[in-house]
Design a binder for this molecule. Structure first.
Ligand code: PSU
Ligand code: MN
Length: 309
């Protein structure tokens, strides 16, 4: 099952050993650190989540571009740089060649992290939320490259669903069209990140990591090219009431429009504004759901490694 990591990647010794030995490894993204949360909670979260994965028996591999080189597995100084340096670019798949050519630092989105994880031989990736179809995309055509990448890169992405800054229904439609399995973990309803509910059914559900691992194995054994989206609802005692969050989201969306923010700046603006408007409550929920996803990610990585022939 193990193929050699792509030569352009710089793997940490720990991650290289784990991949070579077929031990459980879980990828983590870095846009969530550089553009998804404020300092110092971003670096605290990044360090804590790596610890949760280790405690669960998996090796964490946070992914970013440093000095133009894609890194798979970072140390704490590198996490801190990503959390503090204002010049770190938000890097999606289209940006990879450019950030490498210019020797810059880049924080990788879900899409770019998936691609680099796959090139390293990592099949499981934990994050908070994935990108999707933006509200009004009928006109703006703003659809996250995360969805395209999910359609063509064999990595299972654990998130807490899609937040209501996006058009959740259209996001699920596009994922269906692209042949991406969307699996609710322990739920029949697709979660909306800050809340356990969205009003949309999860297309499939599973109740145990072993079931998720078996789905992955069958999907890829058939030669299907896509990733999987595993939607793990935020724990009930840490969710935000849907009515409360929707009011804040609507206000942030209005402000985004008024200020003429567009393209790749939209998602970071909305996330930051929702933290401010909620007096930090959304940040606590965001961190809680990432922790929860890391616990599942470790279990899934262990279960998936056991299915290897
Ligand atoms: N949603 C979050 N936190 C994040 C992101 C999304 O709750 O940090 C980031 C992820 O890196 C995701 C990216 O891949 O935003 C999507 O950006 P865009 O909408 O520009 O595709
Ligand atoms: Mn976009």
């Amino acid at each position: 099952m193990t193929t050699a990591p792509h030569p352009a990647l710089k793997l940490s010794a720990e991650v290289a050993d784990a991949i070579a030995a077929g031990r459980p490894v879980v990828a983590l993204e870095s846009t969530i650190i550089s553009h998804g949360m404020p300092y110092p909670r971003n670096v605290e979260m990044a360090v804590e989540v790596e610890g949760i994965l280790r405690d669960g028996g998996a090796t964490p591999a946070t992914i970013a571009i440093l000095g133009g080189v894609p890194h798979i597995g970072l140390d704490e100084d590198e996490l801190r740089l990503l959390a503090t340096d204002p010049d770190v670019a938000k890097v999606s798949v289209r940006d990879l060649g450019h950030v490498m050519a210019t020797g810059a630092h880049g924080a990788t989105t879900v899409a770019a992290t998936m691609r680099l994880a796959a090139l390293a031989g990592i099949r499981i990736f934990v994050t908070g939320g994935i990108g999707g179809v933006h509200k009004g995309a009928e006109d703006s055509m703003d659809v996250s490259a995360d969805l395209t990448e999910l359609s063509q890169t064999p990595v299972a992405v654990i998130s807490a669903g899609v937040k209501s800054i996006l058009d959740i229904g259209r996001t699920l439609e596009v994922l269906e069209t692209l042949g991406v399995p969307v699996i609710g973990y322990g739920t029949d309803e697709f979660p909306s990140f800050y809340s356990r509910t969205s009003g949309h059914r999860a297309p499939m559900s599973a109740d145990a990591p072993e079931v998720l691992a078996a789905v992955m194995r069958h999907h890829w054994d058939l030669g299907l090219p896509s990733g999987l989206s595993i939607a793990n609802p935020v724990p009930a005692d840490e969710e935000m009431a849907p009515e409360r969050i929707q009011g804040l989201v609507d206000q942030a969306l209005r402000e985004c429009d008024e200020r003429g923010i567009h393209g790749k700046d939209i998602t970071p603006f909305l996330l930051g504004r929702i933290v401010e408007l909620s007096d930090g409550a959304s940040l606590e929920t965001n961190i809680a759901l990432v922790r929860n996803n890391a616990r599942l990610g470790a279990q899934l990585a262990v279960a998936y490694a056991r299915t290897a022939g």
